[in-house]
Design a protein around this ligand. Sequence first.
Ligand code: CA
Length: 579
Amino acid sequence: MKMGYKYTKKYTKFNIYSNAKELNLILNDEKLSMLKGKGNIFSLKVKGDLENYTYMYEIIFEDEKYISIDPYAIACNANSQKGVIINPKKANIRNFKRMKNILPLDSIIYELSIRDFTLDAKNKGKFLGVIEKKQLNYLKKLGITHVQILPFYDFSSNSVDELDQFKKYNWGYDPENYNIPEGSYSTNPNNPYTRIIELKKMIKKLHDNGIGVIMDVVYNHVFDAQTHSLYKTVRKDAFRYNDDGTYSNGTGCGNDIASENSYISKYIVDSVIYWAKEYHLDGFRFDLMGILDIETMRKIRQELDKIDKNIIILGEGWDLNTKLDSSLKANQNNANKLENIAFFNDDMRDSLRGSTFDKLGKGFVNGGKLEERLLNSIKGGKFLKTYISPNQLIQYIEAHDNNTVFDHFEIVNKNISERRRLKLQSIATSIVLTSQGIPFLHAGQEFFRTKQGVENSYKSSDEINKFDFKRAKKYSKYVKYISELIKYRKEEKLFKLDSFDTIEEKFDLLYKQDNVLAYSLDKKIYILVNTGNKNINIKLPSGKYKLEFSDFKRLDEIIEIKDNKYELSKDNFVILKYI
Ligand code: CA
């Protein structure tokens, strides 16, 4: 049975699951008692056209009663005060459909926040701002295939007041209503239709321009356990508890969702499928996926496959201390049980740019001697964790969390000139874009985004968090370079090999020392990296090559290598193609 409500002009039928004793529907101000049927489902059919009625539930347990919004609500008024009944037909827009998705391995993901990205749009801080000319053109020019957008489900009004959006800043990792878009991103949070329609317009326009949309979903915890609708409907079944009765807190947010409980598991699966179908989303990024259980994640994969096998699932598969058996956690250590689900590869991040948690963390490009470890990532992760396919690796060095690479280098590599640091950072991004697996960029990484050294900017100012188009212009040479490299990756199949066996067969390591790496793919593409401060001779097969990239430029020169000798200049990332 479908939870939530079914609307028609003649009647509306309500269903809600709860282990309560008694349950009443509050329709506008009228209280109507619900009938308890099989399997703890309370139902009621109410005659008449109920469009725009508000509805809430009074949920009565032996010892307590609650007034709650429907966990399955799909529309609400401003600041999630009350659920609202809408006519689904009126929430549709013309010609909105699924985009034909490419293989996850062919994707290049770009992570942005609606607010940061639209601060100088006409529709400032709104869904519609993302698709204004300047914003959309930037994405198109860069050439990424998917945007991954920071939370846009309804998050807490304690974080952002929907009626006074710019008073406070917040990323929104504090879920309130899982199936409703966030109201502050709409031009009229009071009208329950507006946020739905404007979000659809944004997704449609991105689709029309060949860009997929990945939704950042946060099913691992809620803003406030005791006041959340899931708690009010199933109480203790909603969260995990320690032996002493306190909330399990592996998330660090105060409460871990008990995804292993059948109702919560079904709820999460239903929610993902609802977004995939109603909003035609192209992927889901699971925040702290390591909190969730394997079976729920597998079920999500299974159900999404029925819609489109190419819908990307990725997540933070950290091993977190939550009250769940280690063998059941959807984390990196259990990657072999999570086929076609990808994980943020912190191993690449740490070995390439230096650990984000170590203030002095250095990686391959900035003085660390980690080429051996980095190679495992570049080759798609065969010897890392329990990965079974390169499509399980999200290759990245920067995301919304932690210091940006620019800020990290500023702390760790003070002795290196800024000019040189920009080159080293661009080399790191180049390695991300030429590795096996799925590359992921944080918006602005290509122009050395800075958050002025603020490590956790989740509630910092717009000034700290803004996507700075002026800075993009200032470093347009590097932005152009990254966009050329993106284009090149899209066209070159050798960067997207789909099995460890094929990678072993095609990958030849040519040179490896502290600051230098050189390898070939199928003896055709040669990648040469030098992050040291001096030129170095590399042994390459003699013959004619196309010099595709060097000195952070796309080139198209034919060169000839004689006596197996190629001089690789300092601080350079080179791609040669044997012809
Ligand atoms: Ca909200």
